[in-house]
Ligand binder design. Structure first.
Ligand code: FUB
Length: 354
């Protein structure tokens, strides 16, 4: 063997030996810690709609269960059957689970899947707004009333006429008017309601067409029905153009929420497939809302859903992830402070810290 070749073989053997025989330093994967811990672990909870009633924080979440449903089409495995209300007197204090506030079996029109609810206080009563599939498998929005923020709630016999799809969110404005926001694409069926009429064969927009938009309607003074036909909310980019369906980082998917800060209306929502909570701002509860940025980066799990409320002089973000179970449909609710910059933009929250 020529001297050069011998030298190369020796070098290669030495290198191989070094690789296999030397202790190899392994860099452990970055350990990601959660920004905050579950508020309650005895039951699985998700989609936290938080409100301050009677000086306390009340949370109206979905109550996740393992219903043994393996069919994940259209979110069928999210097969929740009741609602529990949670409350806490102070941030970091103990969380009370007030037990079953509404049971699917007591809702005459509903068939299955009690998804994300919300609540309101008016007329000396408390109102729980909730979506469920009716007996024909179409998502509707129902309302139930009670004397206490913790429930129990008595459901109306029929769903709210003119309200459909999922994720109702109620906003009470400073002039006493209440607005109902709703809708969720994909499993939430909003794509099937072009022009507010149900059409199971409706085609979703193409990637370059405006995205399917959530709806808003003012509620009647008794809050038991809509005062007007729902309007499509315009979500615009900063050049004033509608956000298009192919813009999955910014287009609406589900989880509508409205809050007001320094006179500006903030519409926040989940982008679904890209797992972000984004927000957009406007000067009216009807919109249009102009996209401002990401409020919450993706959490552990598939879904993400938020509410924002001011309590004791601090702004709080309520959200969920799948920390406890690792399963996308068995979630746990959390809270973390939220911070505004001087220009009214919101600092992006990372649900993990390194
Ligand atoms: O909890 C069921 C559905 O998952 C909600 O309605 C959506 O917002 C998503 O969180």
């Amino acid at each position: 063997m020529p001297p050069l070749r011998i030298a190369l073989v020796i070098a290669a053997t030495a290198a191989l030996f070094a690789h296999t025989a030397q202790p190899v330093e392994v860099t452990p994967p970055a350990v990601r810690k959660y920004l905050s811990e579950p508020l309650i672990s005895k039951i699985y909870t998700a989609d936290p709609a938080a409100h301050v009633f009677d000086g306390k924080i009340f949370i109206y979440p979905s109550h996740d269960i393992d219903a043994g449903i393996t069919d994940r089409t259209d979110g069928n495995h999210y097969a929740m059957r009741d609602y529990h209300v949670l409350s806490l007197d102070q941030i970091g204090g103990p969380v009370t689970d007030h037990g079953v506030a509404l049971d699917l079996a007591d809702v005459p029109w509903a068939g299955r899947q009690l998804w994300a609810p919300d609540a309101a206080h008016a007329n000396g009563r408390y109102y729980l707004f909730f979506p469920a599939k009716d007996k024909a498998g179409i998502f509707r929005v129902g309302v139930a009333t009670g004397d206490s923020p913790a429930g129990p709630f008595k459901p109306a016999r029929e769903p709210i006429a003119g309200a459909f799809s999922i994720d109702p969110a109620v906003y009470g404005d400073s002039d006493g008017a209440f607005y109902l926001y709703f809708g969720g694409i994909g499993g939430g069926q909003l794509d099937r309601w072009p022009g507010n009429h149900y059409d199971a064969t409706a085609l979703p927009p193409t990637a370059t067409q405006p995205a399917v938009a959530p709806r808003v309607a003012r509620l009647r003074p008794d809050l038991l029905g809509l005062a007007e036909p729902p309007r499509e909310i315009q979500l615009l980019d900063t050049s004033g153009k509608p956000i298009v369906a192919g813009d999955e980082d910014r287009r609406f998917f589900e989880a509508a929420w409205l809050h007001r800060y320094h006179g500006t209306y903030y519409f926040s929502y989940s982008t679904g497939t890209t797992h972000q909570i984004c927000y957009a701002t406007g000067t009216s509860p009807y919109g249009p809302f102009t996209y401002r940025g990401v409020l919450l980066k993706p959490v552990k799990g598939w879904t993400t859903h938020q509410s924002i409320v001011e309590f004791a002089g601090r702004w709080l973000l309520f959200y969920h992830d799948s920390q406890l179970s690792g399963e996308s449909n068995l979630r746990n609710v959390k809270l973390t402070p939220l911070h505004y910059r001087d220009d009214g933009s919101i600092e992006t929250i990372d649900p993990f810290r390194n």
